[in-house]
Design a binder for this molecule. Sequence first.
Ligand code: C2E
Ligand code: MG
Ligand code: MG
Length: 594
Amino acid sequence: MRHLLRFLEPVSINDACQDILDRFLADGAIYALPVVDAVARPVALVDRKHYVEFFSKPYSREIFGRRSILELLAYEEYESSEPIVVEDSCSVEDVAQIIIDAGMQHMVSGFLVSSNGFYLGVANGHDLLNIITQRKQAELYYLAHYDSLTGIPNRMLLGDRLDQACRDAKRKGCLAALLFIDIDRFKQINDSLGHSAGDAVLRKVVDRLKASARAADTVARLGGDEFVILMEDLDDPAYVDVVAQRLVNSMREPIELLGHSLVATVSVGSAIYPSDDTEISPLLAKADAAMYEAKGAGRDRFCRYSAATAMYNPARMSLENDLRRGIERNELLLHYQPQVDIASQELRGVEVLVRWQHPERGLVGPGQFIPVAEESGLIVPLGEWVLREAFRQLREWEALGLPPLRMSVNISALQFRHGSLPSFLAEQMAAYDIDPRYIELELTESVLMHDMDEVLQTLQEIKALGVSLAIDDFGTGFSSLSYLRRFPIDRLKIDQSFVRDIECTPANESIARAIVGLANSLSLDIVAEGIETSAEKAVLEHIRCTEGQGYLFAKPMSAEDIRAWITTHRTNRVITDLFDRAIPDFLLQVQALG
Ligand code: C2E
Ligand code: MG
Ligand code: MG
């Protein structure tokens, strides 16, 4: 038992306390620093080893479980250690560095926070971690919901706001309107003046869109040269025409750019909820169709959606019919892309990627037909075909003596919500005698963000079959982290947009780092997709991302090619280490020849 326990006179939270803090820090024999409020009631006891605050508790109360403060102070191991005092203006990153430099001891014990000599409180490394995580979430949220070029909301955030605006309109009995805006002949501007001038034009257009809209309206970029203005809380539909016309007029003024003066007119279409549609989802397509009508009528003008507006897009219609026939005629096929252990480059599994061998168009990628399949509902039979074919292939490989491979299959939102997915999986896995441990389904965040309870139910049914679940394109479709805790997820796939040029893009590195940290803290597996260069691979390896997928290791290949790849994989490992992007292609050719 130590005898000479020395306390300092109490620090008042209302008085400057630098002087007392200084003495506390300088004199190792002083064990604790009491903190009192304005009427001298104790609010905290800050001691050297465990910087604790216990608000509104008398000193005699026990802290740390059953030990009283006096016992605690007398505790053998209770040696003085230097507390850290930080100013509250110190950045979170600085504090993190201080904690790391101090050997992480303040992770739990904590440090004192002061501001201009006033005692502010106690913080510890865990608080700090929370702050960092929250910031990263905010960063990820921003990346997922805002357009990086212009800083305005993107398609995702527009979708959320449109939902909300229509629900409000229904409740209040008012209107919500969409203006679909497309810059006329933007491609020419881009091609003749270059991309950076094109970007500058897009930013100037956004300024004018904002100036024409009301402050409360959402101005969003859908991508390329397409923008949308969402107007909420409207009483008079005629006001939509006023804004649209104002906008068309304002765009006729020349834009001054690098000594040039150019005019970028726009074509605008409008659709109004609930008069043009009482459903939310077709509204954007209707405003888009009205915009096309404006283009067809000579550009640089505004058209309102009406029942007479031509809704069909001829290119899309023929693709849809073609696809329907293509599925029937067995024109779809699967390619497989290896997922490897980044450090050893050992094969861990393959992602199943669908292709369409079109009789005239040649090999068509899923980017071109999956959206059409989703809109037309064809995705359900298509997705079922993919699962069946993947299972059949797994069986065939096994019969050929290949070691069992984990197969990751993409599941689209509609397919997931269709209702019969768990029973379909159960049936087909039984039919092909598939060990569920080798099957992983890749879902996007948008699938999970829907109706929490319903989604959870389906996920649990799928998990009960023994199948694993991964979140695809993780980080791009964010709105809440809480679902990660609630849902039975096994793996996160870091989206390739965060992998691209990660070695020279600090924002990408910190996001990838945050995702890896998140996965670790929730005990989830991780895989990074779209790794193209060894520099990207090196950074990912450094931040402890264990698995990877990308052209650096191998491109998606036919079932036959992947068999050959697996057999020659050991050689590949050495060669891909030496060279970059070009090599997997080259190897594929060699394999195709051999
Ligand atoms: P995803 O699931 O994120 O698939 C990864 C995509 O990235 C694939 O494109 C793949 O070929 C490509 N990729 C892989 N490594 C690299 C790389 O190093 N660099 C680059 N630039 N790209 C790389 P793919 O095959 O065109 O597939 C595109 C998307 O189509 C997939 O994205 C997935 O969302 C969807 N998809 C593919 N197959 C299916 C399917 O059977 N069902 C459903 N519902 N969707 C599918
Ligand atoms: Mg995928
Ligand atoms: Mg992906």
